[in-house]
Unconditional design. Sequence first.
Lengths: 290, 283
Amino acid sequence: MRVAWKEKAIKLILLATASTSILIVAGIFVFLGREAGPFAIEPGLKELLGKRWIPVSFQKESFGILPLVAGSLLVTALATLITLPFGIGTSVYISELARPTEREILKPFIEILAGIPSVVIGFFGLIVLVPLVKACFRLSTGLTALAGAILLALMAIPTVISISEDAIRSVPVSYKQASLALGASKMQTIWRVTVPAALPGITAAVMLGMGRVIGETMAVMMVTGNAAIITASPFDSVRTMTATIAAEMGEVAFGSNHYRALFCVGIVLLLATFGLNIVAQKVLKKHRVR
Amino acid sequence: MRTAVLQRATCWLMRAMTYFIVFIIASIILKILWNGLPAVSWEFLTTMPRRSGAEGGILPAIVGTLYLVVGTIAVALPLGMATAIYLSEYAKQGRFTRTIRLAIVTLAGVPSIVFGLFGLGLFVIFLGFGASIISGCLTLACMILPIIIVSSEEALRAVPRSLREGSLALGATKWQTIYKNVLPYSVSGMLTGSILGIGRAAGETAPILLTVAAFYLPKLPRSIFDQVMALPYHLYILATQHPEADKVRPMQYATALVLLALVLGVNLAAILLRIRIRKKRRW
């Protein structure tokens, strides 16, 4: 009798702890909304759609987040362009072409990259990459969207590689055997059979990598120059949403419009990554069922 | 003939890409090692900073980071392990379980700076902890929770069903079975995965930026409601905010090296432990 009671209690405790994850997710939405909420009433959400982010001004402040969104999008798009060939090429190489011992060394080595703190990568970017970008493209400053994108690609690559490698390896051997038996070469088999079969997994990998890129803060803040302008040129300095929050939250007056606007930026960021993740998970799940 | 050449070319291209990434990783580590080692001394590790970090050591940042890591693990580990036990041993397929899993996946994808905002809104302001170690630890714990849950669940699922069934057949209750027959075989695996969470907590800057980290505070914390310095934030400050950023290069390299050594050391420990566990496993 007492045993049965104890069993039930343990199950309940475990159930309660398991629910904390749900509570935290709900809490994130609630507390971001709580701090951002008053902004919707005064000065109103329309203010956020403006094209100028001038949070501190003697005349009139302006909280248009479009330049920040544009900055994040530009950096993310560039980073994805760099990540795609490297992520796919490397994961195909590791899973299909590398010798077994080579693979055993390469995999953990690339995983190291995922462990390097973003501030260290940002520091490396600041002293090595930024001067390099400046010299290569003869710019007045190397603190550009391009420098940020390269660093972000570097940080997304381990994520992309590990997930797409999984996807490539889970393609049934029979597919490859059938292709090889029909006289296709190894490369033909890889590009016409294996990679297309693993494509949903690779897509999801790239999307999860993009989620990481949009949300990345420190590295991007250190090398993009942080000018809040709308531009499509990789050689301009940009200011991302993450960098804006991190850089400005320290100096802002509690409860001011600026403070609330930063929380609004946080919500936009949260929704963007949330959406990307959900879609990526859907794609991954579909792939597994098949 | 032409296709054969093309094929070898693509193969070489992919190999070149792979080794290019390897080269970059190696150059990051070597560059910091090469420039950082001469500046790291016993004095650097054990004294207070002077002249806003331009001279002296980084003791408070090291201590701060250690406090944060220990506190974070103390919160996240029990919570994550219990969740993993529930998911792997008790949960039935259903809406509630799906919601928990969705929550975990969502948490894993939330940007670190958003965790910072959440920590600021909940712990610092709503609960009134202020910018303090406890706010930072709780925020970081939320962030690494999914890492711990996922790896712990994997470790639990690796224990074969037969071990559970044998125990249940002998009349043991469910919890007795888990406690005596499942946990002993999976706890080391659970810890290994959690170590990776430690590495993440030690290296993250954005969440602690808003919840705990002090710009320059040359003294050690006395309680969990104090602010502390932390290694990653200190490196950020030295590299970008310091008025003489170029002159304090050696300090930057040395701080980066200490942080990198700490995080990679922790990760390496996890990898070695994982290899040992795999070798010892006998089923």
